[in-house]
Design a protein around this ligand. Structure first.
Ligand SMILES: Cc1cc2nc3c(=O)[nH]c(=O)nc-3n(C[C@H](O)[C@H](O)[C@H](O)COP(=O)(O)OP(=O)(O)OC[C@H]3O[C@@H](n4cnc5c(N)ncnc54)[C@H](O)[C@@H]3O)c2cc1C
Length: 478
């Protein structure tokens, strides 16, 4: 695509992925209404410049980046358009965040059925990535709770899509990481809850096999199931960690549901052990962002967790349980200047122990154990480029430094190879380093052909692009 004239320099910004390990310059436009969005699309078309879509920029890597392209940032399209507390149905603009959604729904006794580990992503961003929560086994992905979207196609035509009437396009836009059109409105159905609190239990496990078995057993009895692994532990302790399970309270279990629906009661923990303010954590952790420091943090977390884990149940607010990391403002910045990347693989049940164990060992052997390793249980879903399957995912976070960058990118390849061999998948929202051929090899049922055919139909000039799509889809995409 060749430009017809230069773009205005006042729009040029340096934009980063959330992990701050990758960034790119782009001409950023932030329209506040549908007319403005259509104007930006038209401008990109007339300048023959590719357009990259951005929600709230919470993807770890290069999903919402493209060097020297135009960037359509949807963060000012942030109105809740309609809310019906009798049916739990909400219409939102694409830039509305999960936090804005729950704050509207919860006072009426509703909660979003699928939330991510942070409340800051946008509706458009989570649909484009087909996001999952800690209850993926029970509720599927966010797209399964979306009843309708308005999609602005690269041609400038706007369409309203429903999963029943427009199955092919609907199920490809959701999971299609912003490559087929711009979601300008979404309709979600919320989930009824009878309390703003959850019944939670924490359990300690001493190796990976135990962890996987526990998650698997717990998945049918508990709404939320998540495991944390001390990725520094090796040998017979490989995969040791903590499992947290939680369920919504039943009707009548909370004597004061109305009070607990109040967003002001939903705050996360303000202080650690009632003493250290959460805002102090990043400066306290910063000196520990090296291998010995991170080993110590993981050991302390495991040891303390083991002491308090067990039969005891406790209650946590929905916000505290769901968005724990949001309570530590700016924690990702402790890894500056190099930033951090994450790699999240999805592996079918019968290969999970072998492949995920191998991943933990590969990280240790490379001298780069993950500083934060999280396991979840998943199920398949109907979206075209989904990461969902009947299995487990392991999300591994790594700090990036000047000296480990090239080794880390090589390690991601090594981590991904056994996943592909086992029939697994990857989550693009977390990715910055996966070689495209491995991403493509994970789709064996013609999904990429179908996706490319839709791209040719709806975006023949290849107006919508991103660094992630260029990297993962590669020449397949041309
Ligand atoms: C701390 C943390 C925890 C997380 N936990 C989870 C988790 O538990 N589960 C999970 O699934 N994900 C999780 N994520 C990932 C996050 O949910 C996704 O990256 C999500 O896409 C971010 O939304 P966003 O609005 O920031 O989108 P961006 O990162 O800005 O964009 C993501 C993609 O969506 C496209 N896009 C954005 N808006 C639109 C639109 N209106 N129309 C079409 N395409 C669009 C972009 O082009 C891009 O490809 C987590 C992220 C962080 C930082």
């Amino acid at each position: 695509m060749r430009r017809s004239s230069p773009l205005p320099p006042e729009h040029l910004e340096w934009v980063q992925g959330w992990g701050r390990a990758v960034g790119a310059p782009g001409y950023v436009y932030r329209p506040a209404d549908a007319r403005g969005v259509a104007d930006v699309l038209e401008l990109a078309r007339s300048h023959r410049v590719p357009l990259v879509l951005r929600g709230r920029g919470r993807s770890y890597g290069d999903a919402a980046l493209l060097p020297e392209a135009m960037m359509l940032s949807l963060d000012r399209m942030n109105k809740i358009l309609a809310w019906d507390p009798s049916s739990g149905v909400m219409d939102v603009e694409p830039g509305v965040t999960i936090e804005e959604i729950w704050r509207t729904a919860l006072p009426d006794g509703w909660w979003p059925p699928v939330v991510t580990g942070t409340a800051t992503p946008s509706a458009g961003g989570i649909l484009a990535m087909n996001a999952h929560g800690k209850n993926n086994w029970h509720r599927g992905t966010v797209g399964e709770h979306c009843e309708e979207i308005d999609l602005l196609l690269p041609s400038g035509e706007s369409r309203t899509l429903t999963p029943e009437r427009d199955s092919g396009l609907f199920h490809a836009v959701i999971s299609g990481f912003g490559q087929l059109g711009i979601i300008t409105r979404a309709r979600f159905r919320m989930m009824r809850v009878h309390s703003g609190f959850l019944d939670v239990q924490a359990l300690a496990v001493s190796n990976l096999g135990e962890m996987l078995r526990l998650l698997d057993e717990a998945k049918d009895r508990w709404e939320y199931v998540v495991g944390w692994i001390d990725a520094f532990a090796g040998g017979r302790h490989l995969g040791r960690g903590l499992v947290h399970v939680a369920r919504h309270l039943d009707e009548g279990e909370d004597p004061a549901p109305g009070r607990h629906f109040d967003p002001s009661v939903q705050r996360g923990p303000g202080r650690i052990a009632g003493v250290v303010p959460m805002s102090m954590i990043p400066p306290l952790l910063k000196p520990l962002t090296n291998r010995p420091g991170l080993r110590m943090i993981n050991l302390v977390k495991y040891s303390l967790g083991r002491l308090t884990a067990g039969e005891r149940h406790f209650q946590q607010s929905l916000v505290e349980f769901s968005f724990l990391l949001d309570a530590i403002p700016g924690w990702e910045r402790i890894y500056e200047p190099g930033g951090l990347i994450q790699h999240q693989s999805f592996v079918p049940v019968r290969h999970a122990e072998r492949v995920l164990g191998r991943q933990l060992e590969l990280c240790q052997r490379a001298g780069m154990p993950s500083f934060l390793a999280v396991l979840k249980r998943h199920r398949p879903d109907p979206f075209l480029l989904t990461h969902g399957l009947d299995g487990f995912s392991l999300a591994l976070d790594f700090p990036v430094t000047r000296t480990n960058r090239a080794r880390l990118w090589r390690l991601v390849r090594e981590l991904a190879e056994p996943v592909v061999a086992a029939g697994g998948r990857f989550y693009p929202a977390k990715d910055a380093a996966l070689p495209g051929e491995l991403f493509r090899a994970a789709f064996t049922g013609g999904e990429l052909d179908r996706f490319t055919a839709l791209k040719r139909t709806y975006d023949p000039e290849h107006l919508l692009r991103s660094s992630l799509a260029d990297r993962l889809l590669g020449s397949f995409w041309e």
